[in-house]
Design a protein around this ligand. Structure first.
Ligand code: PHE
Length: 338
């Protein structure tokens, strides 16, 4: 009777407790086997009486065990746990990672924010005026050619295209506001190029614009120098090479000392020790006037960089196509980044 009460009161809450039940009562050295051993030693009269009780007890225990086992088999445990404590958090799942281009864009934005630059955005589908004409592109400039630009609608004096750079946002900003302007424009741009490790039909830019009274080329150099120290670490060298853009005069391209080989020579910098990261210059007075800014009163600088290039140098990524293929093996490597 005492054992029967024990069996009845065995209310398991897990598969382990069901197993404990089995070990206590049903295995070769368990309680029931022992009782049967003891049974052999009692007198004939007692055997008659006890035999029935013991067999009943054995059957009862076995059927209890079968019921318990069924209850805890298969999917039961999770259901049971949820019922026990509804306030427990659900099972964890993989939250994914930020895309490397997003990580680097954010870093760039943070650096310029500290210098007082705001973030401006504009449309990816742009008209000829904002993408080219206002930016002082001559009528026959090759960038307007079908080879570089994805046109959506041609003709009627104002072609519609996918923007080829985010300089278009600078024009929109100047048209809509009053100086001073201090802003950066991150965004996706499109160019009609064959897709390879080094070129893609779309990429991402961050352009910057600073217009005020008395802004000089020295301001441009110091701003970009500071940016590079923040992004790639103190001691990164910069150099400016004269260049040409229709919308800036004078114009330059800025190189930095190769972040990968530190100037020792590698594939990334083609053994020169330098890599180009951006174009820049003083905003051409024509562009200011086209956008309704008094070019006699205001001057300013602009710059533009490709986020892909900046990211490649930070993470030693050698193939542009990785950014848009969404290969999980690539993306997972950035899980620990901010
Ligand atoms: N818009 C240029 C490009 O797409 C970059 C640039 C921006 C150069 C501003 C100078 C000044 O290549």
């Amino acid at each position: 009777d005492q054992y029967r009460t024990e069996v009845e009161q065995w209310k398991p809450t897990s598969m382990q407790e069901v197993e404990a039940f089995r070990l206590r009562f049903l295995v070769a050295k368990g309680l029931i086997k022992n009782l049967f051993e003891e049974f052999k030693t009692v007198s004939v009269e007692e055997k008659r009486m006890l035999g029935k009780v013991l067999n009943e007890f054995k059957q009862f225990t076995e059927s209890r065990f079968a019921t318990m086992k069924e209850k805890f088999s298969a999917a039961q445990p999770t259901v049971k746990r949820a019922v026990e404590d509804l306030t427990l958090p659900g099972p964890g799942f993989n939250a994914g990672a930020h895309h490397p281009l997003s990580i680097v864009r954010k870093e760039i934005v943070e650096i310029f924010k500290k210098l007082g630059f705001i973030v401006a955005e504009g449309p990816e589908i742009e008209d000829d005026w904002h993408n080219f004409t206002a930016l002082n592109f001559p009528e026959e400039h090759p960038a307007r050619d079908m080879q570089d630009t994805f046109f959506i609608r041609k003709g009627a004096g104002n072609d519609i295209a996918l923007r080829t750079h985010t300089s278009s946002v600078q024009v929109r900003m100047m048209e809509q506001g009053k100086p001073p302007f201090r802003a950066i424009m991150p965004g996706r741009v499109y160019r009609n190029e064959a897709i390879s490790a080094r070129a893609h039909c779309f990429f991402h830019q961050v352009e910057g614009l600073y217009i005020d009274e008395g802004v000089s080329f020295a301001d441009l150099k110091q701003t970009l120098y500071h940016f590079v120290q923040e992004l790639y670490g103190a001691g990164t060298q910069v150099r400016f090479r004269p260049s040409y853009f229709p919308f800036t005069e004078p114009s330059a391209e800025m190189d930095i000392s190769c972040t990968i080989c530190k100037g020792a020579g590698c594939n990334m910098c083609k053994y020169t020790g330098w890599v180009e990261i951006l174009g820049c210059g003083m905003v051409d007075p024509n562009v200011l006037e086209n956008s309704g800014i008094d070019a006699k009163k205001y001057t300013g600088f602009a710059f533009g960089m490709g986020i892909e290039r900046i990211t490649n140098l930070k993470y030693e990524i050698k193939d542009l196509r990785l950014f848009s293929e969404n290969d999980i093996r690539f993306l997972q490597q950035f899980e620990t980044e901010v």
